[in-house]
Design a protein around this ligand. Sequence first.
Ligand SMILES: [Fe+2]
Ligand SMILES: [Fe+2]
Length: 261
Amino acid sequence: MKFLIIGDIVGASGVNALKRHIQNIVKNEGIDFIIINGENSTGGRGIKDKELNELYAVGADVVTMGNHIYYRKEARELYKHERRLLIPGNVTNLEGKGSVVIEKNGVRVGVMNLLGKVHLGEINNEFVADPFKTARELVEKLKEEKADYIFLDFHAEATAEKIAMGNYLKNDVTCVFGTHTHVQTADERIFDTGMAYITDVGMTGPDDSVLGLRTDIAVARFVTGEKIKYECSTNNATLHSIIVETDDNTKKAISIKRYNV
Ligand SMILES: [Fe+2]
Ligand SMILES: [Fe+2]
């Protein structure tokens, strides 16, 4: 089975890049299941109904989130009612789901979403439970729900925290992939236990920007030290993703590759 995992979609240009490329990727690579991180899809921050539906329309089976869960008030209703939209399962002050099992072509795919605790300054750590403890709980839950495969979107800043999580879960899940930094890492690999891993998938957003933020604003924020209002870049986006292939019999990951267009 082949899984396509697409990193943080940033604003309208990110959504447009998805629309431009995804059909070709699905067709050329023979993709069976798609996970998309949607935390920046509405104007660079958070998600609304419109963008969520656009992600579903291009074929997302599950949409994950991250630290931008609080930006849009209307998103709170989506977190409660949209079965295929996950929020980090270790966030304690917001109602939503941290994991889900989706059955597709007779295969049960479990997906979970967690938030790191290291250097994620803008979220009050008081409302983020231990991701390692929550990971263990969600894995057990997904196994009880008879998931054939388990994927974790670990939305975190620190490379060490993500690599530690990969090692912590290497006997229990199919794939641990990182999101949030918007910069793709080149450390994709298959662990000896048959788990696929990458520290960060990277964003689907404009390379000509600063992590999706308009370059002039981002630079001015650093140079002047002022909190100038965030504006999402409208430059053309690059799609950053990974493709994970699994063995249908052993249910282990057999390959992982970065796929950027
Ligand atoms: Fe993030
Ligand atoms: Fe992001």
